[in-house]
Design a protein around this ligand. Sequence first.
Ligand code: HEM
Length: 458
Amino acid sequence: MRATVRPYVAIIPFSGHISLAVLAKSGKAGVHIVPHMVQYAFSRSTDPFVDLSSQDAFNEGAPFATFARMRRDNPMEWVEMSDGSNGFWNIVRHADLLELNRQSDLLSSASGIRMEDQSQEEYEARKTFQETDPPQHRAFRALVSKAFSPSTVAGYDGQIRNIVNDLLDVALEAGEFDAVDAIARRLPMQMLAQIMGVPTEDGDWLVEKGDALISNSDPDYTDFVIDQVDTEEYRLLPFRSPAAVELFDYANDLLDRMDAGEQIGVLNLVRQPTSHGTQMSRDEFRNFFCLLVAAGNDTTRYSIAATIHSLANQPALLSQIQSPDFSAWDQASDEMIRWASPTSHFRRTATRDFEYHGKQVRAGDKVVMWFLSGNRDEQGIADPETIDLTRPRNPFLSFGQGGPHICLGMWLAKLEVKIVLQELSKRVRKIEQTADHSYLRSNFIHGIKHLPVRVVHK
Ligand code: HEM
């Protein structure tokens, strides 16, 4: 039977740590307070005209109302950049994302994959295989794809389960904790460190540096906030971030050891010659290492954060996975990653003029693929506002499905979210969110960065 759980109905529109009793007494019209049953909305954003070019666009959670308006009224909207640089087209419908994402000859990744403009010099200095197109892309990807294939990743089951249970031992003992700090932020890096063959003790440092890179728009993670301070000096570094210098030093050490014949996790694979006879240079390896540390961490983290947020705010979901006959773990993991949509977009660049939805796109125009919007499009996903843990054949787009760059770490991320669900279901009786959560300041990565919870264990 297909069991579904309706989303929360009560949205409590407060920010900060206001006492519930105060709110309850205030008797504010439209606010329904039931102590111990407070439900915190996944997104508080209701504005249908959020400026998507702004790093503040997701400060109140994903601007789902803006995407819903665009999907309905203007599926190919042009947005000017608020900083005066070149604007971009927005692809927001599920069907359009699937159709265009596979056309790398029309929409190239080889001029940058984020909204910012990049000069050729910047592009060359910072590129990884993610910023290349087939066939060059395919040749490099082939070197590493086996290390992240479903069968290889399945072999990590026990290691992931051990890490999750070690984290849960500490968190459940504490009872109240920030679910992001205690679980979501720790698991992905600890596992990635084991795969890459670097010491687990380096994990915290790598996470900190990875955050400084990919969360370069949030002052909680870097002093070099991309749209607030002058980062010109760092324009040739990944994410225009000085943290990359430290990661480059770390990668240099790995390179020297590999050159001396040492085998380091899966990293030696990427330095093999490709079928085209080319080899990743030291510069390219350093960028690739930064990509892994950044991309391999925060996206899984925000999927786990969204998972725990959902279990806390829709207790029926926890009951569902605790039911003795529940077995749809793979579907549940996919559904949570659809719901989380941690990478809100990736950008492409038009290689030639073309017309789409009546709009004239010019060669060189930036085109932004909003995978997050596709994941909420009722034309592609049945009843997208409902978390359906048994959703059959989930056509979600969180991993850039349909395109040549479909996430390399997809099977690993799915397995980690699945194991978190499984172990929580075994060990937890109740999860409550105890105060409001906060969102990452970024229009690129979408996620809850602090999630205070109280957990009653079995
Ligand atoms: C839920 C977690 C994750 C999400 C939502 C996610 C999302 C994505 C998306 C949307 C892309 C496609 C980019 C594009 O179309 O240009 C991508 C690519 C990539 N991801 Fe992930 N990712 C996740 C986890 C991971 C992990 C755990 C790793 C590393 C172990 C990783 C490494 C990569 C790499 C290397 C690429 C580039 C692949 C290529 O260009 O061929 N990701 N990811």
